[in-house]
Design a protein around this ligand. Structure first.
Ligand SMILES: *Cc1c(COP(=O)(O)O)cnc(C)c1O
Length: 387
C-alpha cells in the first residue's frame, strides 16, 4: 500500500504526524487535478502566454564544431524569470488555487526558488512568505529585494549554518501551524511524498517538449545531460527519454575537491539517510551528520537529492558524474563567447561535463538542458574576480 511513496528503497513520507493530513490532502487533490481538463487548460495557457513555453531547442553550431560533437540546448534559460523553476511554481500555485488556499510559503537558498514563488504569488494574488537562511539573505540581497518588490515577505532563518537546509526545516515547521489556509511550494523533487511526484509532474513538460522537438528535427539524441541539485530540471528532461535507447547523465557539483565540505557530490560521495521527509542519498560526515557542502553555484549547493535519482543511480539507468567549479566556470565563458548565451552556473555544470569528456561524447548527438540564464551569477563572479 505504501509502495507508491517509494522509488525503489528511496523516498517515503518521514514527516511530523501533524503534517500527514496535509500531505494526504495534497496527494488526493493532485491525483484528481493532474487529469482535470479545466486545470490543465489553465496551466497550458499560463505556460504559453505567461511563461513563454514551449522553450526552443537550439543547435549550438559554433560550440559543436569546436568540440567535435553535436550539441543541442534545451533553452529553459528563456523561460520567464530565467530558469525552469517557474514550471513548478506555476503548477503548484494553480494547485493552491484549486485547493481553495489563499497563502503560499517556500524555502529558498540563493533566492531563485523564492523569486519564482513570489512571482506566482503576485500573479495569483496570494500572500507569500519565503524562508531563507540569514547568511543567504546577506549574500543574495538583489534576490531578497526582488521578492519584496513582488510582494513577498522574506523571513531570515538564523539556526545552524543559516543556509538552505535550515530554511527548509523552518518552512516545514511553519507549515504545520498553518496548513489550513497555506500551501508549501517546495522547490525541487525532494521532501516527503507526494512532493517529489508533484514537482516531477510539473517539470516533465521539459522532456515532453524536447522529445517532440527532436522528432521535428528527425533526430534522436545519443545522450541527454542535465545538472543535478535537488534534481528537478534533470528528471524533467530525463522523463522524455527514459524509455528510449538514450544515455542519460546527471552532473553533480564537484566544488573545489573531494575533501570534506568542499563539494556537493551527493550520489558520488554520499550515503543514504533521512533528510527533509525522505530517505535518499545525503552527503554525510563520518559521524553520519549532514555535511556542509560547497559549490560555485548556489542552486547545486544542497546535501540531499530527490529520491528518484537515488533509485536511478542504484539501477544504473542514469550515470551521475561531476565537474569542479573551475570547469563550470570555463563552460560559462565558452558558451558566452561562442554562442552569445550566458548560462547559469548550475547549467554550466551540465555543459562542462560534455566539453570536458570527449572520450564519452565525441561524434555524438548530445542534448544539454540549459536550466537557466547566468545574469544572476554575474555579481558573485565579478566579486570573486573570476572573470
Ligand atoms: C535551482 C536551479 C537548479 C537546481 O535545481 P534542480 O532541482 O536540481 O533542477 C539548476 N539550474 C538552475 C538554473 C537553477 O536555478
Amino acid at each position: 500500500m505504501y509502495d507508491k511513496m517509494f522509488y525503489g528503497r528511496y523516498g517515503g513520507q518521514f514527516a511530523a504526524e501533524t503534517l500527514i493530513p496535509a500531505l494526504d490532502d495534497l496527494e488526493a487533490k493532485f491525483e484528481i487535478l493532474k487529469d482535470d481538463e479545466q486545470f490543465n487548460k489553465e496551466l497550458q495557457h499560463l505556460f504559453k502566454a505567461y511563461a513563454g513555453r514551449p522553450t526552443p531547442m537550439y543547435k549550438a553550431e559554433n560550440l559543436s564544431e569546436k568540440y567535435g560533437c553535436e550539441i543541442y540546448l534545451k533553452r529553459e534559460d528563456l523561460l520567464h524569470t530565467g530558469a525552469h523553476k517557474l514550471n513548478n511554481t506555476l503548477g503548484q500555485a494553480l494547485l493552491t488555487k484549486y485547493m481553495g488556499k489563499k497563502r503560499v510559503i517556500a524555502e529558498t537558498g540563493a533566492g531563485q526558488h523564492g523569486v519564482a514563488t513570489a512571482t506566482v504569488a503576485a500573479l495569483f494574488g496570494m500572500e507569500c512568505t519565503v524562508y531563507m537562511g540569514a547568511v543567504d539573505v546577506a549574500r543574495q540581497e538583489p534576490n531578497v529585494k526582488r521578492m519584496e518588490l513582488l510582494g513577498a515577505k522574506v523571513v531570515p532563518v538564523t539556526e545552524g549554518q543559516g543556509t538552505l537546509k535550515e530554511a527548509t526545516n523552518a518552512a516545514m515547521r511553519e507549515w504545520v501551524s498553518c496548513v489550513q489556509d497555506t500551501h508549501y511550494i517546495i522547490g525541487s523533487v525532494v521532501g516527503p511524498y507526494p512532493f517529489p511526484k508533484v514537482v516531477t509532474h510539473f517539470q516533465e513538460v521539459i522532456g515532453d517538449e524536447s522529445r517532440e522537438q527532436c522528432k521535428e528535427l528527425d533526430m534522436t539524441p545519443d545522450s541527454v545531460v542535465a545538472c543535478v541539485g535537488g534534481g528537478s530540471n534533470a528528471i524533467g528532461i530525463f522523463n522524455g527519454f527514459l524509455d528510449q535507447h538514450v544515455e542519460l547523465y546527471g552532473v553533480e557539483a564537484g566544488g573545489t575537491s573531494d575533501d570534506d565540505c568542499k563539494h556537493a557530490r551527493t550520489l558520488g560521495k554520499g550515503k543514504p539517510g533521512i533528510l527533509h521527509g525522505a530517505y535518499t542519498y545525503l552527503v554525510q560526515t563520518p559521524e553520519h551528520q549532514i555535511s556542509d557542502v560547497h559549490s560555485i553555484s548556489a542552486g547545486l549547493d544542497y546535501p540531499g537529492i530527490g529520491p528518484v535519482h537515488s533509485m536511478l543511480h542504484d539501477v544504473c539507468r542514469v550515470k551521475y558524474g561531476y565537474v569542479r567549479d573551475n570547469q563550470a566556470l570555463n563552460a560559462f565563458k565558452e558558451l558566452s563567447r561562442l554562442e552569445g548565451i550566458i548560462p547559469a552556473l548550475e547549467s554550466s555544470h551540465a555543459l562542462a561535463y560534455v566539453l570536458d569528456n570527449p572520450e564519452i561524447f565525441k561524434g555524438k548527438k548530445v542534448l544539454v538542458n540549459l536550466s537557466g540564464r547566468g545574469d544572476k551569477d554575474m555579481a558573485s563572479i565579478l566579486e570573486r574576480g573570476l572573470i
